[in-house]
Design a protein around this ligand. Structure first.
Ligand code: ATP
Ligand code: MG
Length: 367
């Protein structure tokens, strides 16, 4: 699409709860980047609160604006009602579909600080396939004629197409990470070996579905030996992956997994770095990226001004990184890491007494 100016146009979708606090925080950091690009922010509606007001969780205008006018987006968080609400479905799931954001990318990096002396050094990137697996939601329930009791089934879809593109993303990102480490050895980046892709699966039990995932991702490396010869490849059964991730998280670089396993290991990995409030993610497709903090809308602390903005700020960094503005992304990560390492300005989830605004100010000072 054609934009009238050279500005980077970013759709901001704070949505619900603390999304309304952390997205403006991330916006302030983007606007303060030294010699940063010119941004054009577009504020867009979506979410459960929007649904309650208007009857729609994701207005068509939001989708159209993102598709036709924006280079990328930053999503806050959406409340998920604990009971089924007629007519409501998650706008984030719909957005991923509309924009074909087929990968959920989640860096999990530890920061050493006085307040976390025992934290393991980890620096991994989890790449979760985002379009299929059990999430195709094809479930049915039957009655067993013998016992008269219910039996529930779910279909699981693994395609060669989706496995191939997620595999290619994993190998390409392993190379990109390596390049970044060479360019600017961050004090906070711990991975010190050749780039490595770990394939997570359970093909000893699910030999057809997980077998196809494993074979297809492996074939990506073999299909382009020249490009990927420098990237090591190994694999973990998902149960052993969880075990090893908790015992020696420093053993992983890029980890690629089908949707459900990816979901589980990403949340597990988040637990290793202290708080949901610091873990960012990006929803990535071939032509669009949407940054999104991993946490939810946190209704228990919403409106109090104490939400940790770091996950959202890092998500904005990921957005820039994936749009090719690497130096600015690294500047954001460095500033955030300095605040964490210093540990004097932290929100309550990290054991501090500071507010969202205090943390933003501290990040801006380090920028
Ligand atoms: P949702 O249904 O939107 O996911 P939730 O109740 O599951 O809401 P989460 O946002 O997933 O809440 O958060 C789980 C816990 O972690 C909550 O106690 C919340 O306060 C805390 N938390 C999450 N994000 C942050 C943050 N950015 N800063 C501080 N605490 C957070
Ligand atoms: Mg939650």
């Amino acid at each position: 699409f054609a934009t009238s100016s050279s500005a980077i146009r970013i759709g901001l979708i704070p949505a619900d709860g603390i999304g309304r606090e952390v997205i403006p925080a991330a916006q302030r950091v983007l606007e303060a980047l030294p010699n940063g690009p010119k941004f054009d922010f577009v504020h867009l509606d979506a979410g459960f609160e929007h649904f309650q007001k208007t009857g729609t969780a994701l207005p068509q205008s939001t989708v159209d604006t993102l598709k036709n006018e924006c280079h990328g987006a930053l999503f806050g968080a959406v409340s998920s009602p604990s009971h089924k609400v007629a007519g409501y479905s998650s706008p984030i799931v719909a957005l991923r579909k509309h924009l074909d954001l087929y990968a959920n990318v989640r860096p999990v990096i530890s920061v050493k600080s006085a307040s976390t002396p025992n934290q393991k050094e980890l620096d991994m990137l989890i790449i979760r396939e985002n379009t299929e697996c059990l999430y195709i939601k094809s479930e049915r329930i039957e009655q067993d004629p013998k016992t008269g009791l219910k039996v529930a089934y779910a279909d699981r879809k693994i395609s060669e197409y989706a496995s191939k593109r997620i595999g290619a993303m994993a190998f390409n990102m392993a190379l990109t990470r390596q390049k970044l480490r060479e360019q600017k050895p961050l004090a906070q980046r711990f991975w010190k070996h050749a780039p490595r892709v770990t394939i997570v699966h359970k093909s000893n039990v699910m030999s057809v579905t997980d077998g196809l995932f494993r074979e297809t991702v492996r074939a990506v490396k073999e299909s382009n030996p020249e490009l990927y010869s420098g990237v090591d490849m190994d694999e973990q059964l998902v149960d052993s992956m969880v075990y090893r991730m908790f015992r020696e998280p420093e053993a992983f670089d890029v980890v690629v997994a089908p949707n459900l396993y990816g979901d589980i290991i990403s949340d597990g990995a988040a637990a290793l770095v202290g708080s949901l409030g610091v873990v960012p993610s990006a929803n990535v497709g071939d032509s669009f990226v949407m940054g999104e903090p991993v946490h939810g809308s946190a209704p228990d602390i919403a409106g109090k001004g104490i939400a940790n903005p770091i996950a959202a700020i890092r998500s904005a960094g990921l957005l820039l990184e994936h749009m090719g503005h690497t130096a600015h992304a690294l500047a954001m990560y460095d500033a955030v890491n300095a605040v964490l390492a210093d540990a004097s300005v932290l929100t309550p989830d990290l054991g501090g007494k500071s507010s969202t605004n205090d943390v933003v100010e501290a990040v801006l000072k380090h920028l």
